[in-house]
Design a protein around this ligand. Sequence first.
Ligand code: COA
Length: 378
Amino acid sequence: MSINVGLEGIVVAETALSMVDGETGRLVIAGEEVGHLAGRHSFDVVFRRLMAAAGAPVPGSLTLGQARQRAHALLPRCEEALRAPVGMDALRSCLSLLPDSDETALVGAAAVFTAAWWRATRVLPPIAPDPALEHAADLHRMLTGRRDGAAASALDTYLTTVVDHGMNASTFTARVVASTGSDRTSAVVAALGALKGPLHGGAPGPVLDMLDAVGTVDNAETWVQGELAAGRRIMGMGHRVYRVRDPRAAVLERAVRAFTTARANPVGTDLGMSPLPNVPIVAPSPDFQRVELALAVEGAAQRALAARHPDRPLRANVEFFTAVLLDAIGIDRALFSPLFACSRAAGWCAHVAEQRANGRLIRPRARYVGQDGANVAM
Ligand code: COA
C-alpha cells in the first residue's frame, strides 16, 4: 500500500472555483486571474460569481447586507461566545449558533460576529450593519465606527484576493464534512478550525511580530540568519503548492502601495471619510516604512532559504503581505485570522455546494503500524 503523507499532489476533486498553478504562479478565481479580479470587482460580486460557478447561484432574496442585519439581531445570543479572548474561537462559537444556514447568511454573519468580537474586546458596543454598503465597506465600518473609502477598498481587495484557493487544508476540511452529508454550518465551523492553525491561516500575525522584531532594513539579513540557525521557520515564506512567489502577494503589495499613496496624498483623492459618533478604535498606521522593511525581510529570507534549500524554492506567500496590508489600514493583528475567515467562508460555501452536487464520501485509508492483535496474549 503506497502512502502519501500530507496528500501532496493528490487530486481529490474537480472544481470550477479556482485554479492554482504552483509552477508558474497563477491563480484563477471563478474564471478570472486574481490580479484582474481583486480591486476591480467587489467581494459581493466575487461571492456571487463563486456560487454561480459552483452551480448554486445565490438567490436574489437575501443580500449580504440583509444577512448582516439578521446576524446583528442574533448578537444577544452570542454574548458569552464574544467574550473569548481569541477571535477565531469567538467566531467558531458564534457561527455554530446558526442553524443549517444558507451561504449568504453564513458569509454575512462572519463579518458581523468578527466586528462584534473585536469591539467587545474593547468594551465597545457592536455597530449595526448598513445593508446599503458593500460588504467590505460595512465590515470596516462595523469594526471602526468610521467610513473610510481608501481603507474599505484595500480591505475589499484583501477579501477578494483570499476568497478561494484550490484544495487548501480548510477547504478540504469543509469538503470532507460536506461529503458525509452534514450541514453547511458544520462544514464552515470545521473549516474555521483548520484555518486557525499557524501553518495555514494563522501566519500573518506572526509575520507582523517578525517585522517588529527585525525593526530596521539593515537588521533584516542578520535576523533571518539567526532565526534559521535557531531552527525556526520564517513566517509568510514557503508554500505547499507555489514554487514561485505567491501571486496574491503581488496583488496585496500593489494594494498596500495604492493605499499608502492615497493616504500620503489625500488632496484630490476621495477617501470618503465621514466620522460616525463612535470612538475610532482602529487608526491608520503612520509607519508606511513598513512596506520597505517587509520587502527587505522578504529579500533576505528568500536568499537565505535558497541557500539552504536550493532544490525547493521558498518564496513569500499571501500571509506575508496580508500582514503588511492589514496593518497599513490600521487593523489589529488579532483580527487577521478572523478576517481571513470572513472572506474564505465564501469559498468554503461554494466548495460545499460543489461537493454536494458532484462529490462522494471522502474516506482515505491509513496503513496500520501498531501491534498485530493476533500476537497479543489475551
Ligand atoms: N522557513 C524556514 N524553512 C522553511 C520554511 C520557512 N517558512 N518553509 C519550509 N521550510 C523548510 C522546511 O523546514 C523543510 O526543510 P527540511 O526539508 O530541511 O526539513 C523544507 O523547507 C520543506 O518544508 P515542508 O514543511 O515540507 O513544506 P510544506 O509544503 O509542508 O510547508 C508551509 C508549507 C507553508 C507549511 C511552510 O512553508 C511553512 O511552514 N511556512 C511558514 C508558515 C506560513 O507562512 N504559513 C502560511 C502559508 S499560506
